[in-house]
Design a binder for this molecule. Structure first.
Ligand code: ZN
Length: 251
Protein backbone atom coordinates (compact mmCIF):
# COMPACT_ATOMS: atom_id res chain seq x y z
CA UNK A 1 0.00 0.00 0.00
CA UNK A 2 1.37 3.39 -0.93
CA UNK A 3 2.17 5.75 1.90
CA UNK A 4 0.15 8.87 2.63
CA UNK A 5 2.29 11.85 1.62
CA UNK A 6 1.99 14.34 4.46
CA UNK A 7 3.30 17.90 4.33
CA UNK A 8 3.52 19.57 7.74
CA UNK A 9 3.65 23.32 7.21
CA UNK A 10 4.07 26.05 9.80
CA UNK A 11 4.69 29.76 9.82
CA UNK A 12 7.84 29.50 11.98
CA UNK A 13 8.54 30.91 15.44
CA UNK A 14 10.48 34.10 16.08
CA UNK A 15 12.96 33.57 18.96
CA UNK A 16 12.87 37.27 19.87
CA UNK A 17 9.10 37.71 19.80
CA UNK A 18 8.12 34.21 20.91
CA UNK A 19 10.75 32.89 23.35
CA UNK A 20 8.21 30.78 25.30
CA UNK A 21 7.06 29.09 22.10
CA UNK A 22 10.63 28.39 21.03
CA UNK A 23 11.27 26.85 24.47
CA UNK A 24 8.36 24.43 23.88
CA UNK A 25 9.22 23.76 20.24
CA UNK A 26 12.94 24.45 19.70
CA UNK A 27 12.86 22.97 16.19
CA UNK A 28 9.50 24.59 15.33
CA UNK A 29 6.03 23.13 15.57
CA UNK A 30 6.13 21.43 12.17
CA UNK A 31 9.16 19.38 13.29
CA UNK A 32 7.35 18.28 16.47
CA UNK A 33 4.23 17.18 14.57
CA UNK A 34 6.27 15.65 11.74
CA UNK A 35 8.34 13.82 14.35
CA UNK A 36 5.49 11.89 15.92
CA UNK A 37 3.77 11.27 12.57
CA UNK A 38 7.02 9.82 11.14
CA UNK A 39 6.85 6.99 13.66
CA UNK A 40 4.01 5.48 11.59
CA UNK A 41 4.97 3.36 8.58
CA UNK A 42 2.00 4.45 6.48
CA UNK A 43 2.90 8.16 6.65
CA UNK A 44 5.65 9.82 4.62
CA UNK A 45 6.34 13.22 6.15
CA UNK A 46 7.90 16.37 4.66
CA UNK A 47 8.30 19.69 6.48
CA UNK A 48 7.87 23.15 4.97
CA UNK A 49 7.58 26.68 6.30
CA UNK A 50 6.39 30.17 5.39
CA UNK A 51 9.88 31.63 4.90
CA UNK A 52 10.77 29.28 2.02
CA UNK A 53 10.47 30.30 -1.65
CA UNK A 54 6.80 30.41 -2.70
CA UNK A 55 6.00 30.21 1.03
CA UNK A 56 6.91 26.52 1.01
CA UNK A 57 3.72 25.81 -0.91
CA UNK A 58 4.87 25.59 -4.51
CA UNK A 59 2.77 23.72 -7.04
CA UNK A 60 5.32 20.94 -7.03
CA UNK A 61 5.08 20.55 -3.26
CA UNK A 62 1.27 20.54 -3.35
CA UNK A 63 1.22 18.08 -6.26
CA UNK A 64 3.17 15.70 -4.02
CA UNK A 65 0.96 16.19 -0.96
CA UNK A 66 -2.00 14.01 -0.01
CA UNK A 67 -2.56 15.73 3.32
CA UNK A 68 -1.40 19.23 4.28
CA UNK A 69 -1.16 19.96 8.01
CA UNK A 70 -1.19 23.69 8.68
CA UNK A 71 -0.13 25.61 11.79
CA UNK A 72 -0.25 29.42 11.72
CA UNK A 73 -1.10 32.15 14.19
CA UNK A 74 0.66 35.52 13.87
CA UNK A 75 1.84 35.82 10.31
CA UNK A 76 -1.18 34.90 8.21
CA UNK A 77 -0.94 38.08 6.15
CA UNK A 78 2.58 37.20 5.01
CA UNK A 79 1.26 34.33 2.92
CA UNK A 80 1.02 35.33 -0.73
CA UNK A 81 -2.37 35.27 -2.41
CA UNK A 82 -0.89 32.97 -5.05
CA UNK A 83 0.14 30.39 -2.45
CA UNK A 84 -3.29 30.63 -0.82
CA UNK A 85 -5.01 30.10 -4.17
CA UNK A 86 -2.86 27.05 -4.88
CA UNK A 87 -3.87 25.52 -1.53
CA UNK A 88 -7.58 26.18 -2.13
CA UNK A 89 -7.35 24.63 -5.59
CA UNK A 90 -5.51 21.59 -4.22
CA UNK A 91 -8.20 21.02 -1.57
CA UNK A 92 -11.00 21.30 -4.12
CA UNK A 93 -9.14 18.70 -6.18
CA UNK A 94 -8.91 16.26 -3.28
CA UNK A 95 -5.99 17.16 -0.98
CA UNK A 96 -6.82 16.84 2.72
CA UNK A 97 -6.21 19.91 4.91
CA UNK A 98 -5.76 19.92 8.67
CA UNK A 99 -6.05 23.37 10.23
CA UNK A 100 -4.46 23.47 13.67
CA UNK A 101 -4.92 25.93 16.52
CA UNK A 102 -5.31 29.49 15.14
CA UNK A 103 -5.08 28.43 11.52
CA UNK A 104 -8.71 29.31 10.84
CA UNK A 105 -7.40 32.85 10.27
CA UNK A 106 -5.15 31.83 7.36
CA UNK A 107 -5.99 32.99 3.86
CA UNK A 108 -7.05 29.63 2.37
CA UNK A 109 -9.31 28.93 5.36
CA UNK A 110 -10.90 32.37 5.13
CA UNK A 111 -11.44 31.85 1.40
CA UNK A 112 -13.10 28.46 1.85
CA UNK A 113 -14.80 28.81 5.22
CA UNK A 114 -15.64 32.47 5.57
CA UNK A 115 -13.89 33.05 8.87
CA UNK A 116 -13.32 36.74 9.46
CA UNK A 117 -9.76 37.85 10.03
CA UNK A 118 -10.10 39.82 13.26
CA UNK A 119 -10.21 36.76 15.48
CA UNK A 120 -12.87 35.83 17.96
CA UNK A 121 -13.25 35.47 21.70
CA UNK A 122 -9.93 34.45 23.28
CA UNK A 123 -8.01 34.56 26.54
CA UNK A 124 -4.46 33.52 27.25
CA UNK A 125 -3.96 32.72 30.93
CA UNK A 126 -2.95 29.05 30.70
CA UNK A 127 -6.30 27.72 31.91
CA UNK A 128 -7.38 24.09 31.71
CA UNK A 129 -9.20 22.82 28.63
CA UNK A 130 -11.29 19.65 28.49
CA UNK A 131 -11.80 18.45 24.94
CA UNK A 132 -15.02 16.39 24.95
CA UNK A 133 -15.64 13.73 22.34
CA UNK A 134 -18.95 14.44 20.59
CA UNK A 135 -18.96 12.03 17.66
CA UNK A 136 -17.75 8.71 19.06
CA UNK A 137 -18.12 6.75 15.82
CA UNK A 138 -15.80 8.95 13.77
CA UNK A 139 -12.50 7.32 12.63
CA UNK A 140 -10.58 10.19 14.26
CA UNK A 141 -11.63 8.80 17.69
CA UNK A 142 -9.89 5.47 17.13
CA UNK A 143 -7.86 4.47 20.15
CA UNK A 144 -8.96 7.32 22.42
CA UNK A 145 -9.39 5.72 25.81
CA UNK A 146 -11.53 8.34 27.53
CA UNK A 147 -14.54 10.44 26.60
CA UNK A 148 -12.43 13.56 26.84
CA UNK A 149 -8.84 14.77 26.54
CA UNK A 150 -7.53 17.00 29.31
CA UNK A 151 -5.15 19.75 28.20
CA UNK A 152 -3.58 21.11 31.42
CA UNK A 153 -2.86 24.58 30.01
CA UNK A 154 -4.48 26.09 26.98
CA UNK A 155 -5.34 29.31 25.24
CA UNK A 156 -9.11 29.81 25.28
CA UNK A 157 -11.00 30.37 22.05
CA UNK A 158 -14.72 30.67 22.66
CA UNK A 159 -18.03 30.65 20.86
CA UNK A 160 -19.32 32.32 18.87
CA UNK A 161 -16.27 31.52 16.78
CA UNK A 162 -17.52 32.88 13.48
CA UNK A 163 -16.65 29.93 11.30
CA UNK A 164 -18.80 28.42 8.58
CA UNK A 165 -21.25 25.86 9.95
CA UNK A 166 -19.28 22.60 9.90
CA UNK A 167 -20.47 19.38 8.28
CA UNK A 168 -19.65 17.48 11.45
CA UNK A 169 -18.69 18.34 15.03
CA UNK A 170 -16.24 15.85 16.53
CA UNK A 171 -15.12 17.66 19.70
CA UNK A 172 -16.43 20.43 21.92
CA UNK A 173 -14.00 22.02 24.38
CA UNK A 174 -14.85 23.39 27.80
CA UNK A 175 -12.48 25.93 29.35
CA UNK A 176 -11.93 26.63 33.01
CA UNK A 177 -13.28 30.14 32.55
CA UNK A 178 -16.62 28.70 31.43
CA UNK A 179 -16.50 29.20 27.67
CA UNK A 180 -17.02 26.43 25.14
CA UNK A 181 -15.82 25.93 21.58
CA UNK A 182 -16.52 23.57 18.68
CA UNK A 183 -12.86 22.58 18.85
CA UNK A 184 -12.77 19.72 16.36
CA UNK A 185 -14.92 20.03 13.24
CA UNK A 186 -14.87 18.90 9.62
CA UNK A 187 -15.99 20.08 6.21
CA UNK A 188 -16.09 18.56 2.74
CA UNK A 189 -14.99 20.99 0.03
CA UNK A 190 -15.07 19.80 -3.56
CA UNK A 191 -13.17 16.50 -3.63
CA UNK A 192 -11.24 17.37 -0.46
CA UNK A 193 -11.77 17.24 3.28
CA UNK A 194 -10.85 19.70 6.03
CA UNK A 195 -10.32 18.97 9.74
CA UNK A 196 -10.00 21.93 12.11
CA UNK A 197 -8.58 21.09 15.56
CA UNK A 198 -7.83 23.96 17.90
CA UNK A 199 -5.88 22.61 20.89
CA UNK A 200 -2.24 23.54 20.36
CA UNK A 201 -1.23 26.94 21.65
CA UNK A 202 2.46 27.47 20.90
CA UNK A 203 3.45 28.43 24.46
CA UNK A 204 2.31 25.12 25.99
CA UNK A 205 3.58 21.65 25.09
CA UNK A 206 0.16 20.49 23.82
CA UNK A 207 1.56 18.62 20.82
CA UNK A 208 3.61 16.46 23.17
CA UNK A 209 0.42 15.02 24.75
CA UNK A 210 -0.12 11.42 23.52
CA UNK A 211 -3.90 11.79 23.09
CA UNK A 212 -3.50 14.98 21.05
CA UNK A 213 -0.91 13.17 18.90
CA UNK A 214 -3.42 10.35 18.41
CA UNK A 215 -6.10 12.77 17.17
CA UNK A 216 -3.67 14.37 14.71
CA UNK A 217 -2.44 10.98 13.48
CA UNK A 218 -5.98 9.67 13.01
CA UNK A 219 -6.98 12.97 11.41
CA UNK A 220 -4.15 12.65 8.90
CA UNK A 221 -5.37 9.22 7.86
CA UNK A 222 -8.98 10.37 7.64
CA UNK A 223 -7.97 13.30 5.41
CA UNK A 224 -6.32 11.04 2.84
CA UNK A 225 -7.90 11.71 -0.57
CA UNK A 226 -10.60 9.22 -1.46
CA UNK A 227 -11.29 10.32 -5.03
CA UNK A 228 -9.61 8.82 -8.09
CA UNK A 229 -7.03 11.32 -9.35
CA UNK A 230 -7.87 12.58 -12.83
CA UNK A 231 -11.41 11.23 -12.73
CA UNK A 232 -13.68 13.64 -14.59
CA UNK A 233 -17.39 13.86 -14.06
CA UNK A 234 -17.89 16.20 -16.98
CA UNK A 235 -18.33 13.69 -19.83
CA UNK A 236 -20.07 14.71 -23.04
CA UNK A 237 -22.78 17.20 -22.22
CA UNK A 238 -23.82 17.81 -25.84
CA UNK A 239 -26.20 14.88 -26.03
CA UNK A 240 -28.85 13.65 -23.67
CA UNK A 241 -29.46 9.93 -23.72
CA UNK A 242 -33.21 9.43 -24.09
CA UNK A 243 -34.74 7.49 -21.23
CA UNK A 244 -37.27 4.78 -21.75
CA UNK A 245 -40.73 5.94 -20.68
CA UNK A 246 -41.73 4.84 -17.21
CA UNK A 247 -44.60 2.44 -17.23
CA UNK A 248 -46.57 3.09 -14.09
CA UNK A 249 -49.28 0.58 -14.84
CA UNK A 250 -46.98 -2.43 -15.04
CA UNK A 251 -48.07 -3.32 -18.61
ZN1 ZN B 1 -1.91 30.40 20.40
Amino acid sequence: MSKIRVTVWSEGLDPKLEPKAVACYPDDINACIGGFLSRHDDLQVTLHTLSEPENGLSQEILDNTDVLIWWSHLYNDQLSDEASNRVVEAVLNGMGLMLLHSSMGCKPARAMLGRNSNGGKYREIGERERVWVVNRSHPIMEGLEKEYIDVPQSEMYGEPYGMATPDDILFISWFEGGEVLRSGVTWHKGAGKIFFFTSGHEEFPTYHLPEIQKVITNGTRWLKPTHTPGLSFRGNLDKVTPLSPINLEGK
